[in-house]
Design a protein around this ligand. Structure first.
Ligand code: PGA
Length: 247
């Protein structure tokens, strides 16, 4: 019996105005509550408005990134305590767009994960290979390296999001077979790091062009415990139908 409650997250990236975000929340948060837990990751300026709209609802919100330090002279960055103060309970760490656009390496991701844990935020740790790495047969090697680094400080609470870079924003969802294979590999690697019992209850989400058409077949796979959704999370109807494919 799996103790893994499905978890569906929406990564809004650098989209939506405050009014659009509030309207989205009003349309999403309707009864009945879904079977899955839900987290929305809006951009920083939207956080207070979204947190207020989601208060006492079945959805939570999180930050898209955080700085490893608690405070200081870091222009443009946001700290863990500031995210908590804005109503966040989760934070994305190591999203491939941060790794690519901002040169985040494994060491920085590891420090961000540790900072999240210190401040009581649950890190959603993103991992995934490029298309060249997959074609070169290096997928597992890359996942292993990213996983080992991200969990160096052994946080107690976290979720993983397997996001193959070739599937993000491309419309090319990984097949359920490909995703399941990577998730099973990640769970085995997790078992080596934190023990089989702890690994068995950790949630591993799939991300990369998930949409209402591809969600159900992915959700049916044993080691796929939810989704990190980008594009389709910007539309409340599409996002809702992905959330409600669980249960
Ligand atoms: P996508 O983005 O669903 O638009 O591919 C997923 C992500 O980047 O988290």
């Amino acid at each position: 019996m799996s103790e893994r409650t499905p978890l569906v997250a929406g990564n809004w990236k650098m989209h939506l105005s405050r009014r659009e975000a509030e309207d989205f929340c009003d349309r999403l948060i309707v009864p009945p509550p879904p079977e899955a837990e839900v987290v929305i990751f809006p951009s920083f300026p939207l956080l207070p408005a979204v947190a207020q709209r989601l208060e006492n609802s079945w959805a939570e919100c999180g930050g898209q990134d955080l700085h490893p330090e608690t405070q200081g002279a870091h222009t443009g960055d946001v700290s863990g305590p500031q995210l908590v103060d804005a109503g966040c309970s989760w934070v994305l760490c190591g999203h491939s767009e941060r790794r690519q656009d901002h040169g985040e390496d494994d060491d920085l991701v590891s420090r961000k994960v540790a900072a999240a844990a210190t401040h009581g935020l649950v890190p959603m740790i993103c991992l995934g290979e490029t298309s060249e790495e997959r074609k070169g047969g290096r997928t597992f090697e890359v996942l292993e390296r990213q996983l080992n680094a991200a969990l160096r400080q052994r946080p107690r609470l976290f979720a993983l999001a397997y996001e193959p870079i070739w599937a993000i924003g491309t419309g090319e969802t990984a097949t359920p077979e490909i995703a399941q294979e990577a998730h099973a590999y990640l769970r085995e690697s997790l078992a080596d790091l934190i023990g089989a019992e702890a690994a068995a209850v950790k949630r591993i989400l799939y991300g990369g062009s998930v949409n209402p058409e591809t969600a159900a077949a992915l959700a049916a796979r044993e080691d796929i415990d939810g989704f990190l959704v980008g594009g389709a999370s910007l539309d409340p109807e599409q996002f809702s139908s992905i959330i409600r494919c669980w249960g």
